[in-house]
Design a protein around this ligand. Structure first.
Ligand code: IDP
Ligand code: MG
Length: 151
């Protein structure tokens, strides 16, 4: 909160951008149901990475993830966990395929740009950690019947 007040008290220009309902409805394949910008605390990211607490890079990963603003999102759709991981690429950008986010945009494993849940259980835990349920939006995308079929 302190950080945000600092930013907003400065003579810096801001704009409000919103994707309107037609833009949301025309989204392809997957549905964005939650998004926020947050600077997570070290304590918070230790919970996020709790599975890795025995690994040598745990502390460095926690320091890094809590070092600045994170754009946190929840996406919805059939196969979205696996598809998300595929789009993101391998953990080590050196081993990520071209065309993946990490493969194209990152170089080292400790600065690999983007996180994605690795399975249904972690997705559930991570969504619960990062978002209060009432901050997620449930809506029908008009294209769903064309994406998934009627039955
Ligand atoms: P993931 O992000 O692809 O799911 P995880 O094994 O869950 O990979 O590791 C979490 C994060 O910890 C990675 O995204 C990366 O930033 C960091 N990390 C993983 N392995 C190493 C490593 O061997 N050295 C340094 N950092 C690592
Ligand atoms: Mg992981």
């Amino acid at each position: 909160l302190f950080l945000l007040q600092e930013v907003f008290s400065a003579e810096m220009e801001h704009t409000f951008i919103a994707i309107k309902p037609d833009g949301v409805q025309r989204g392809l394949e997957f549905k964005l149901v939650g998004i926020k910008v947050v600077v997570p605390s070290k304590d918070f990211v230790q919970k996020h990475y709790h599975d890795l607490k025995e690994r040598p890079f745990f502390n460095a990963s926690c320091d890094f993830l809590s070092s600045g603003p994170v754009i946190a999102m929840v996406w919805e759709g059939e196969g979205v966990i696996r598809y998300g991981r595929k789009l993101i690429g391998a953990t080590d950008p050196q081993k990520s395929e071209p065309g993946t986010i990490r493969g194209d945009l990152a170089v080292v494993v400790g600065r690999n740009i983007i996180h994605g849940s690795d399975g249904p259980a972690t997705a559930k835990d991570e969504i619960n950690l990062w978002f209060k349920p009432q901050k997620l939006v449930s809506y029908t995308n008009n294209a769903e019947k064309w994406i998934y079929g009627d039955n």
